[in-house]
Design a protein around this ligand. Structure first.
Ligand code: ZN
Length: 302
């Protein structure tokens, strides 16, 4: 089952309070494939969503529409009976006997019912990408005005959401991982939301570990480079003029490096153990490298 399918399965199991039942039904019906006086329909690959849609239609029209199987294996419901469609339209689009039709979304009062409406809308027209690949949750809306109202509603629930157009469809979408978690939690997919948070935490930890390892590697490489440079310089001094030519401290340092070519500067410091600071030791190595550089320069003159 797809990630979106898992989310829908969890949402279908959410118990709807009596006040929320109608709200969820409105979301389901309004966000189907078509919503007009001529036809109210849905096309879905999810049989449980089709059943929920049929039950929602029954709630407002008193009759249960037939669920058909399309050629591609999807589930299809089309309500074309005029009295049934009218009954549903009046419940979903307009309230009371206001001649000016008003969408139902704006008049949902309770928070629980708002969440139930979004849950219904998501079941009918929502999808969410597996967070392992990308963060994206969206609702494909029947009209621009419905999209605007849905966006308002979701913003009102405190979730950051945006609106776009894709091949003539208005899409309300959520991109940020935190906002997707919030939306899933509000709709009632708490298990999935928790899983998502876990996945993100895992990603964060992994990134931190990677960063740290790269940092340590870089340090290790730097310290090996330095050791090689020191060793080569000292070996050259020894070969050309002998270590006895060096002042006492430099000689001691040079001998320590020659006998411990793989030791880090810090380890050399500990082995010397005469109260020298790391910068003091680095200063000595710098001097040795300068001496070697001069030897090389003079060699070139001959
Ligand atoms: Zn409610």
């Amino acid at each position: 089952m797809s990630f979106a399918g898992e989310v829908k399965r969890e949402l279908l199991n959410v118990e709807n309070a009596a006040c929320c039942e109608q709200s969820r039904a409105r979301g389901l019906l309004l966000f189907g494939r078509e919503f007009s006086a001529r036809r109210i329909s849905i096309l879905t690959e999810n049989s449980s969503v089709a059943e929920a849609f049929a039950n929602a239609a029954h709630l407002f029209s008193g009759s249960t529409p037939e669920i058909e199987r399309s050629g591609s294996g999807n589930y299809k419901i089309a309500i074309e009976d005029k009295s049934a469609a009218d009954a549903i339209m009046s419940e979903v689009i307009s309230f009371g006997n206001d001649a000016k039709k008003q969408l139902s979304i704006g008049v949902i009062e309770r928070e629980c019912c708002k969440a139930a409406f979004v849950r219904g809308a998501f079941l009918a027209a929502g999808t969410v990408t597996n967070p392992e690949t990308e963060y994206h949750l969206e609702f494909s809306c029947p009209t621009r005005s419905v999209a605007n109202e849905l966006m308002e509603l979701i913003l009102g629930l405190g979730v950051e959401t945006k609106l776009t157009n894709r091949s003539g469809k208005s899409i309300v979408y959520i991109k940020k991982s935190g906002a997707i978690e919030d939306m899933l939690t509000i709709m009632g997919a708490t298990e999935t939301s928790m899983m998502l948070m876990g996945a993100k935490m895992y990603k964060d930890v992994r990134n931190t570990v990677n960063r740290r390892m790269n940092f340590e590697n870089a340090n290790a490489v730097r310290s090996v480079d330095a050791a090689i440079k020191q060793y080569e310089a000292i070996a050259l001094i020894e070969k050309k003029q002998g270590l006895d030519s060096l002042p006492k401290e430099l000689k001691k340092t040079a001998e320590m490096r020659l006998t411990n070519p793989e030791a880090s500067t810090g380890e050399i410091l500990r082995m010397l153990g005469d109260g020298l600071s790391l910068s003091g030791l680095n200063h000595r190595f710098k001097k040795l490298i300068t001496i070697a550089g001069e030897i090389k320069k003079n060699d070139g003159k001959h």
